[in-house]
Ligand binder design. Structure first.
Ligand SMILES: [Zn+2]
Ligand SMILES: [Zn+2]
Length: 343
């Protein structure tokens, strides 16, 4: 089968790999749609992976073609799978905070992923509630976006986004735009988006952002204060991996507001000098989130299936797996939004 495999820093190869065989109690999934994520791009630019070579890809949807005795009922079903495989037994898993599981590993990161015709679904994925059938009216492409969207869902849930909130989102890439759609679904009264790429700001406005700010040309603090009559945003989501954006978040948040550092910073750039007195005197809640629990994954699928969050406008490119390298370079250039590979 064809697979896009990472051999090291900027060394991605499209090659003929062995079709995985069913071993133990898991299943084999025929990949029908898989989306390229910033995490895949980061793996490519840094080469930092526990397993090398590794087939990348963790946002996917497909069909179970073979399963162990126990999971027979899934055979020939269209499914999505949470790529984060949790133990289900540790203290964090028991309390429902699976994302903190010390025994976690991820498909497409620690083991071979979905930029291939077939991918192994471990037994644990089924046991911990990580496998869900896709409703017939949803396409594989849409379903493949439940994974990144569910990470955003977690981010907003933890940030307690609710009816009437003024939400500011810094960064209007695919993740920022997913946050925009979710914030609206959660009842935000106003969503303000800032970004330095004019094309992305246009898309944000088209997708429902109430105010867009080009932070390369405008003073973000001044603009947010104008929009909010001097109060600031109730909640701020930093959806870009830049220390300057984290500092901006502290400036534009309202007193008693909440901030989520949703995007991680690049290696070597994690140290950011900030005025921590802002946290103290504005009495804000500052948190970070990543990944998603089985519950959040399922709830997000329900939101997409119900048509409350439409992910279709986020899909700008589709490629066959034989053009996988081209797909990757398209995603790398950041020209479109979500680039999907259809093996
Ligand atoms: Zn991802
Ligand atoms: Zn666990």
């Amino acid at each position: 089968m064809l697979a896009l495999r990472l051999y090291g820093k900027e060394d991605l190869r499209l090659e003929d790999a062995d079709v995985p065989r069913l071993e133990g109690a898991g299943a084999i999934l025929r990949v029908r749609a898989t989306s390229i994520c910033a995490t895949d791009i980061k793996a490519y630019t840094t080469g930092a992976r526990t397993k090398i070579p590794v087939t990348l890809g963790h946002e996917f949807a497909g069909e179970i073609i073979e399963a162990s005795e126990e999971h027979q009922k899934y055979v020939s079903k269209r499914v999505i799978v949470n790529p984060n495989i949790f133990c289900g037994r540790c203290e964090y898993c028991i309390m429902g905070e699976h994302v903190l599981c010390p025994n976690r590993y991820a498909i497409g990161i620690d083991v071979d992923g979905s930029f291939a015709e077939y991918v192994v679904i471990p037994d644990r994925a089924f046991r911990v509630g990580g496998v869900y059938e896709i409703p017939a009216h949803l396409s594989y492409e849409e379903a493949s976006l439940v994974e990144p969207l569910s990470a955003c869902f977690r981010g907003q849930r933890k940030l307690m986004i609710g009816p009437g909130d003024v939400v500011a989102i810094i960064g209007a890439g695919p993740i920022g735009l997913m946050h925009l759609k979710l914030a609206k679904a959660f009842g935000a009264a106003k969503v303000i988006m800032s970004e330095i790429d004019e094309r992305r700001l246009e898309i944000a406005a088209k997708l429902g952002a109430d105010h867009v700010i080009n932070s390369a040309k405008e003073d973000i603090e001044k603009r947010v204060m104008e929009i909010t009559s001097g109060k600031g945003a109730d909640a701020v989501i930093v959806a870009v991996g830049a220390g300057s954006a984290q500092k901006d978040a502290l400036k534009i948040v309202a007193r008693g507001g909440r901030i989520n550092f949703f995007a991680g910073l690049p290696a070597g750039k994690e140290e950011v000098p900030v005025n921590t007195n802002i946290i103290h005197y504005k009495q804000i809640i500052l948190l970070g989130t990543s990944m998603q629990t089985p519950y959040e994954f399922k709830r997000t699928l329900d939101l997409v299936a119900a048509g409350i969050v439409d992910v279709k406008p986020l899909i700008t490119h589709m490629f066959g797996l034989k053009n996988g390298l081209e797909a990757f370079s398209t995603a790398l250039k950041g020209e479109g939004l979500k680039v999907i590979i259809k093996p």
